[in-house]
Write a protein that binds this ligand. Structure first.
Ligand code: ATP
Length: 275
């Protein structure tokens, strides 16, 4: 199922932080959302997984406004890894992952064999099967992250919405997770800070800046040195990755592109939208 975001506006207490965003997450593709701190990535994703109500515009799931679906019906289609990584579950790891089956259960119905299989597979997919009996609150940040991803997988959604899923993960678990997302071929909308990870895993990228989408397209078309300077305020060159051939962004970690960071409320003048 595809997601269409049309003229989306989202505000906190009257302050608009996503202003007229348009983007498509195509069926079966990995669509990446990148942008500086505070550019509105999490806010946009919160509107997609219905944590926030847009002040204007729409989020369409296969052509239907998400708001027309009941919360249970939309939870069967869209699962999220939010940035709020619930630390207050006094539950075992397995119980947290089993919460992903809730949209399919009648009130007070227990797990059946199919649910147990799905939960076990989700735990194995994130490499947390050996920890199934542990208390969620006793896990490390990266382990919690993987359990919450397993909960999203257990929801068996058509669309995955992932806010910084590689946060806290060591490099091997980052690589495993990104490979898993690619192999699933599910419609995935994912925010990522690591632009090299985004370049290698995403079919298309959308760059958010000051609440607006300022560039969209295949990673190699979008992640240019000019965009890196104007949107992120850093110097970089883009080369071919010697192992994979993907775009590899080599940053100058010694000096920014300009003495001051880009002002978060102002949009770059010259970034070109690639469609
Ligand atoms: N719960 C909130 N209440 C009020 N303002 C908020 C809230 N959450 C975020 N904001 C503000 O909205 C703007 C966009 O924040 P958002 O978290 O969407 O950005 P982001 O691109 O995900 O940032 P980051 O890369 O730092 O995670 C920021 O100015 C932020 O301060």
């Amino acid at each position: 199922m595809r997601i269409d975001i049309e003229d989306l506006h989202v505000a906190y207490a009257g302050r608009t932080v996503v202003a007229g965003a348009h983007l498509v997450a195509a069926e079966g593709e990995i669509t990446g959302l990148v942008g500086p701190n505070g550019s509105g990535k999490s806010t946009l994703l919160r509107a997609v997984y219905r944590h926030l109500r847009p002040t204007a515009g729409r989020v369409l799931l296969a052509g239907t406004d998400l708001r027309e679906l009941s919360p249970v019906r939309s939870a069967r289609h869209v699962a999220a890894l939010p940035q709020e990584r619930g630390s207050d579950f006094e539950l075992s790891v397995r119980e947290v992952v089993a919460m992903g089956r809730t949209p399919y259960k009648r009130a007070f119905a227990g797990e059946d064999a199919a649910d147990r299989d799905i939960v076990s597979r989700a735990l194995a997919d994130v490499g947390m099967d050996a920890h199934a009996g542990r208390r969620f609150t006793a896990l490390s940040g990266g382990e919690r992250q993987r359990v919450l991803l397993a909960r999203a997988f257990a929801q068996d959604p058509d669309v995955l919405v992932l806010d910084e899923p590689t946060n806290h993960l060591d490099i091997r678990h980052q690589v495993d997770l990104l490979a898993l997302l690619r192999s699933q071929r599910r419609t995935t909308l994912v925010s990522l800070h690591d632009l090299n990870a985004a370049a290698s895993v995403c079919d298309r990228l959308h760059v958010l800046h000051a609440g607006a989408v300022v560039a969209s397209g295949p990673p190699r078309d979008v992640l240019t040195p000019e965009l890196m300077a104007e949107v992120f305020g850093v110097r970089a060159v883009v080369v071919d990755h010697p192992l994979t051939g993907d775009a590899l962004i080599a940053f100058d970690h010694r000096a920014p592109a300009s003495p001051q960071a880009p002002v978060s409320g102002s949009r770059p003048a010259t970034v070109r939208c690639v469609r």
